[in-house]
Every structure is written in C-alpha cells, then in structure tokens.
Write a protein that binds this ligand. Structure first.
Ligand code: PEP
Length: 260
C-alpha cells in the first residue's frame, strides 16, 4: 500500500529565523498525524536549522537540488554526499524552475537522479508540460520523454525508492491547479510508462507519484483521493503553518480512507 507523501518546497524563501518558526509550527500541528509521510525542502542555508527542529518527529528533510558530481572543483555546487551529511533523505530533481531558468536538460536531470540514488537519497523527479505543449497536444510526448530520459540507465532495484512528481508548469504558482480528470489521466499514464520501462507491474504499482501545482487546502481532498495520486509537492501553501498543516491533515484522512 502506497503511503501519501506531503512534500514542502520552500524554494528561495525563508531566512533561518523564519524557517525555525515555520518548522516549529508545522511540527506542533502535525505531530499526531502518523498515516502520512512529510518532507520539508528548505533552501540550503536553512537545512541545519530545520533538521534540528524535526529531530524525533516523523518529518524528513529534503533538498531542492543536487549536483551530479560527488566532489571536486565545482564552485557553488552541493554534492549528494553533502546533502546526506546534512541529514537529507530526499532531493527534488528537475523542478520546472530549474529546467526553465537554469537550463537543466533531461540528460543533466538523469545524471542527478542517478547520483542521488547512488548516495542513498530519494529523488523526487519532477515532470510536467507547459501550457503551450498541452494546447498543441504534445503533453504526453513531453512527459514520456522526461520520464524515460530521467530514468535512463537506472536499474529496477535502485528505482524502487524513487518518487515522481507530476507538476504541470501552467499550474505552478498560478492558483490554477489541473482538474481532477487531467491529474488522474496523467498519473495513470506515468504509471503505465514506468510499467513498460521497468517491465514490472509491482514496481509501477509501488512507485509514488505526487501532484504539484497550486495545491491548497481547498482542492487537496479531491486531488489526493484520486486513485493514482500519492501525495503532493507543495510550493506556496507550504510557506504558512496553517495551510501546510491543513494539507497534512487532509492527507491523513484521505490515507485512512484509502487503507480501508
Ligand atoms: C512547486 O513549485 O513545486 C509548486 C507546486 O508550487 P505551487 O504549489 O506554489 O504551485
């Protein structure tokens, strides 16, 4: 049975004092929810302070990016080993903002997924089409390529821990989430692509596929209840104690229903 994961992507927000207060509030409000997994990905500068606040809780730490080399002369980059050393369990890879503003290609993303897995980090591989691609009827082709290139060369044993996040670019930070039919259709499609790629029904069934794109306490119940949705990658709504904690609470009740 897949367990819902509610993952916070704080992006380039939160000074350390703000990060401390937000984490403290989230810990306080979510401490009795045990049916869901929770992850917080702060900026690198706040990893340590968040880590100290989530000690002895069920919340896990994540990073928003990683470099694909393990050490060396790469000024400004952070290696997977460094993330592990900082206490990270997860790392977000291939977010559309990295693809769009930092020129990350499927090839770069594939290297990052591979090196993250090698270093025992759980990659959250983000895929998603732009509005233009959807309008041109190319959404599924784009998603297919992002998944197949992203996972290229990675064997089934390593792949079993990966998380995929479907994040339609047009829904990120716009307040306009995909509707439930669009979300379920893409998630089922991604699971099929993974099934074909791994030649394993079991693997495809067990991989968690999150939805991301303007998820909020208003639409979460509907989206999280969908058959092939296994949680959310949350941007804007993860920056407030109340909205993020409500999302965790909604996921908790949805998970209980899914388990019945
Ligand atoms: C994101 O950037 O991963 C995201 C889903 O953002 P938002 O929730 O703000 O749309």
């Amino acid at each position: 049975m897949r367990k819902l994961l509610i993952a916070a992507n704080w992006k380039m927000n939160m000074y350390r004092q703000e990060a401390l207060e937000l984490t403290r509030g989230i810990v306080e409000q979510t401490r009795f929810f045990t049916f869901v997994d929770i992850m917080i990905a702060p900026p690198f500068t706040a990893l340590e302070i968040v880590k100290s606040e989530i000690q002895n809780t069920q919340i896990q730490l994540g990073a928003q990016d990683v470099f694909f080399e393990e050490s060396g002369a790469y000024t400004g980059e952070i290696s997977p080993g460094m993330l592990l050393d900082a206490g990270c369990a997860y790392v977000i890879i291939g977010h559309s903002e990295r693809r769009q503003y930092f020129g990350e290609t499927n090839e770069i993303i594939n290297k990052k997924v591979s090196v993250a897995l090698k270093n025992h980090l759980i990659p959250i591989l983000c895929v998603g089409e732009t509005w233009e691609e959807r309008n041109q009827g190319r959404a599924f082709l784009v998603l297919n390529q992002q998944i197949l290139f992203g996972l290229q060369g990675i064997d089934n044993e390593k792949l079993s821990s990966i998380v995929v996040a479907y994040e339609p670019v047009w829904a990120i930070g716009t307040g306009k989430s995909a509707n439930k039919e669009q979300v379920q259709e893409v998630h089922a499609y991604l699971r099929d692509v993974i099934k074909e790629f791994t030649s394993s029904n079991e693997m495809a069934f067990n991989i968690r596929i999150l939805y991301g794109g303007s998820m909020s306490p208003k639409n979460a119940q509907e989206i999280l209840s969908l058959k092939d949705v296994d949680g959310g990658l949350i941007g804007g709504a993860s920056l407030k104690i109340d909205s993020f904690s409500s999302l965790v609470q909604i996921a908790e009740s949805v998970q209980k229903v899914k388990e019945q």
